[in-house]
Ligand binder design. Structure first.
Ligand SMILES: Cc1cc2nc3c(=O)[nH]c(=O)nc-3n(C[C@H](O)[C@H](O)[C@H](O)COP(=O)(O)OP(=O)(O)OC[C@H]3O[C@@H](n4cnc5c(N)ncnc54)[C@H](O)[C@@H]3O)c2cc1C
Length: 222
């Protein structure tokens, strides 16, 4: 009830809470559960093994609770403190690739465009890859796999590349990090005009209108 009072649109939206040099996102799931993520800047960790998800020690949890008291409002702190087994996930992305197929090998999803989660697009991007790839294979048939893959790449690569770079930039802005063409963002000194457009989720490229196949959808060399 406390968190519902503090964030009255919970259940109808995602909340992004911004503080100096950090931010968190949280939203309600089914069955009265809350999902929350707290983004923390830190030096690049040394990843051991194949997983980027790490269990955390009780000392780290204690430290997080103390930090939360300094940064977030009590209602959110309560949720953080009552969460059993919080975990740490390293976040990586990758510069957009120039190609996402070679002969009859093709990349889809995170393999094609690992992205930071700041635009909340990752799964959506993967599903759209599959949808477009399916349409291209259907259009060209088994005889012309290369044409299918060329058309898939032609349609998806520009879209996902823009989305990856936008997510990277949005994350850096919200975390108060340096971005090339603006002053570091601090919500305490920012004006609504200063930050509104740039931070809105719906300004993610292709947020509402991802073309499944562009009308003139294939380079003429094929
Ligand atoms: C903690 C966390 C939270 C996330 N939250 C969200 C969210 O809220 N919304 C969102 O949109 N996205 C979220 N994502 C991202 C989302 O999970 C991925 O973008 C999505 O799963 C990518 O789908 P994929 O099929 O490309 O890759 P994956 O789901 O990673 O699937 C790849 C599969 O390949 C298998 N595999 C790997 N290597 C081999 C091999 N050599 N041989 C055979 N199989 C292999 C793996 O086991 C895995 O099953 C989150 C990711 C993490 C880690």
């Amino acid at each position: 009830m406390g968190i519902q009072r503090a964030y009255p649109d919970l259940g109808k939206c995602l909340y992004f809470d911004l503080a100096s040099g950090t931010h968190c996102v949280f939203y309600e799931l089914q069955n009265k559960k809350l999902n929350w993520i707290w983004y923390v800047n830190q030096p690049e960790p040394e990843v051991k093994g194949a997983s980027v998800t790490m269990k955390v020690s009780s000392d780290m949890i204690q430290n997080m609770h103390e930090e939360a008291d300094k940064v977030w409002i009590p209602e959110l702190v309560k949720v953080i403190k009552e969460t059993k087994d919080p975990f740490l996930n390293f976040i990586y992305d990758s510069d957009p690739l120039e190609k996402i197929f070679w002969d009859n090998v093709v990349l889809v999803g995170d393999a094609a465009h690992p992205t930071t989660p700041h635009c909340l697009r990752s799964t959506n991007m993967s599903i759209l890859d599959a949808a477009v790839l399916g349409k291209c294979l259907e259009k060209w048939g088994a005889e012309k796999v290369e044409s299918s893959l060329e058309e898939y790449q032609f349609n998806r690569l520009p879209v996902t590349s823009e989305q990856v770079l936008h997510a990277r930039r949005l994350g850096r802005v919200k975390q108060g990090l340096v971005v090339p063409d603006r002053e570091p963002f601090d919500p305490k000194s920012a004006t609504p005009e200063d930050s509104k457009e740039e931070l809105l989720q719906r300004n993610t490229p292709f947020f509402n209108d991802v073309p499944l196949l562009a009308p003139a959808s294939i380079p003429t060399s094929i």
